[in-house]
Design a protein around this ligand. Structure first.
Ligand code: SAH
Length: 261
């Protein structure tokens, strides 16, 4: 009896970036366009999925808050099973696969099963949003430390955020919309100034992007008032302040001298 021998396929953990297809790496674009099987999560923009070739199989394992999603062990098992059956799998994730993307868990599962893995980086939401909103995450004048944190409630009790925000620092919070009130309260209780600038960037790099600004104490009111929805990022720090206009800079320099303030 003849046995069918499969070569094991490769699992490509590919970062799809924050939304705009122009922000894909060339390697990601090539893999997406050539794939026969793409397993993607809910954050991957439809414009990116539409780059797949005709006849490609697209499997959604949507992982967005409050929507039904496939449990992580099942996703791992699916990737491994397809690869062991000889198929290359493009596992497409929003942003970068290794920034709050569970890419580490999927890579581990593949390695444990003897499935080759390749990781293709993507532009993480913090970088895409900062660029699109023209907020420099570091600035020689006011920020030389940047932290990326996950804003779910669990993180809030587990971690000491005290040192992450404040003078000279930029704090970028992923998945923090639903917990913005607790975040603001916690940071203020930890001693951060209630008037520290905050920017909220919703749907960064997509046609419906919104950039909203407030001071830390006003963050929950901003999020509720503007009905901010996921996906959105919160940036806290001096760099998040409204950029200074030429007029304001002129007024600051000249009027300060005149009034001696
Ligand atoms: N691996 C992803 C992050 C996944 S966690 C990355 O590197 O970007 C999901 C969170 O990412 C969302 O809740 C939101 O906080 C953020 N996010 C992803 N895409 C975004 C976008 N286009 N605009 C704003 N925030 C985004």
């Amino acid at each position: 009896m003849q046995e069918t021998v499969h070569n094991t396929g490769t699992v490509y953990l590919v970062g799809a970036g924050p939304g705009d297809p122009d922000l894909l790496t060339l390697r990601a674009a090539r893999l997406i366009m050539n794939a026969r099987l793409i397993v993607h999560d809910g954050l991957v923009d439809p414009a990116i999925l539409s780059m797949a070739r005709k006849g490609a199989r697209l499997v959604s394992v949507a992982k967005r808050r409050s929507r039904h999603s496939m449990p992580q062990p099942e996703i791992n098992a699916l990737l491994v099973a397809e690869a062991l059956a000889g198929k290359d799998v493009v596992r497409l994730k929003g942003g970068d696969p290794f920034v709050f993307g569970r890419g580490g868990e999927e890579a581990e599962a593949c390695r444990a099963a003897g499935v080759p893995v390749e990781v293709v980086p993507g532009i993480s939401a913090a970088l895409g949003a900062a660029a699109a909103a023209q907020i420099p995450l570091t600035h020689r004048d006011c920020a030389s430390i940047v932290s990326f944190v996950a804003g779910q409630c669990k993180g809030l009790t587990d971690q000491d955020w005290a040192g992450l925000a404040g003078k000279g620092r930029t704090l970028v919070i992923y998945m923090g919309v639903a917990t913005s009130e607790a975040i603001a309260e916690k940071l203020i209780a930890d001693g951060l100034s209630p008037d520290m600038p905050v920017a909220v960037i919703e749907n960064a790099t997509r046609p419906d992007m919104r950039v909203l600004r407030a001071e830390l104490a006003g963050l929950p009111a901003l999020v509720n008032g503007a009905r901010v929805k996921s996906p959105a990022l919160i940036v806290i720090g001096e760099v998040a302040a409204e950029p200074e206009t030429e007029l304001r800079a002129f007024a600051r320099e000249n009027l300060t001298m005149e009034f001696g303030q």
